[in-house]
Design a binder for this molecule. Structure first.
Ligand code: AMP
Length: 182
């Protein structure tokens, strides 16, 4: 199986080639067609098996090929349990999406919020966040999630182990019920 067989658009294939990936990993082979088809998905794979690209690539493609609910509004929310993981996910979206023009930002706690507020004002397509800081920003009116089309819970098992269930539930109540969930 080659990346070309997964019906990914040229701009994504170019980015993947530039990373030196020759073929998709098993979770990418299985997940990418489902996500491209707009289906919900639960994926289980160990760290280091290419899980991030398995959701980031088809998400970037869907955003590129459709108009959002509202101009300049956030279209994708990725929740991550830790700031390190959130940063890595943001970097992956930047790397794979470098020829798409789609923008992502990352917000997490433990650092000043003003740069994050400024970044939110610039209207990113994709928001990667840890739950606590996201709720803080929502409560202050800096983030609205009513335009989200795709919601990703990365490392959902770890997030629940870390006691984020109530935060995650609160985030979910702010999302449109019509959405794709991964
Ligand atoms: P992840 O499991 O998402 O943390 O990815 C682990 C590592 O695998 C990252 O450094 C990726 O750059 C790399 N990777 C992802 N997909 C592929 C692929 N198809 N071929 C080679 N490396 C990959």
């Amino acid at each position: 199986m080659l990346f070309n067989d997964l019906k990914l658009m040229d701009s994504l294939l170019r980015a993947v080639r530039a990373e030196g990936y020759t073929e998709p990993t098993p979770i990418q082979v299985q997940a990418i067609p489902h996500v491209l088809a707009g289906k919900d998905l639960v994926g289980c794979a160990q760290t280091g098996t290419g899980k991030t690209a398995a959701f980031a690539l088809p998400i970037l493609q869907r955003l590129s090929q459709t108009a959002g609910r509202q101009r300049g509004a956030i279209r994708v929310l990725v929740l991550s349990p830790t700031r390190e993981l959130a940063s890595q996910i943001g970097e992956s979206f930047s790397t794979y999406g470098r020829h798409t023009g789609l923008k992502n930002i990352v917000v997490f706690g433990g650092v000043g919020q003003q740069p994050q507020v400024d970044a939110l004002r610039r209207g990113p397509d994709i928001l990667v966040a840890t739950p606590g800081r996201l709720l803080d920003l929502m409560q202050q009116g800096y983030v609205r999630l009513n335009t989200i089309e795709i919601f990703v819970l990365d490392e959902a098992d770890r997030m629940l182990d870390m006691g984020f269930i109530h935060d995650v539930r609160r985030v979910i109540t702010a999302l449109p019920t019509q959405r794709q969930t991964l």
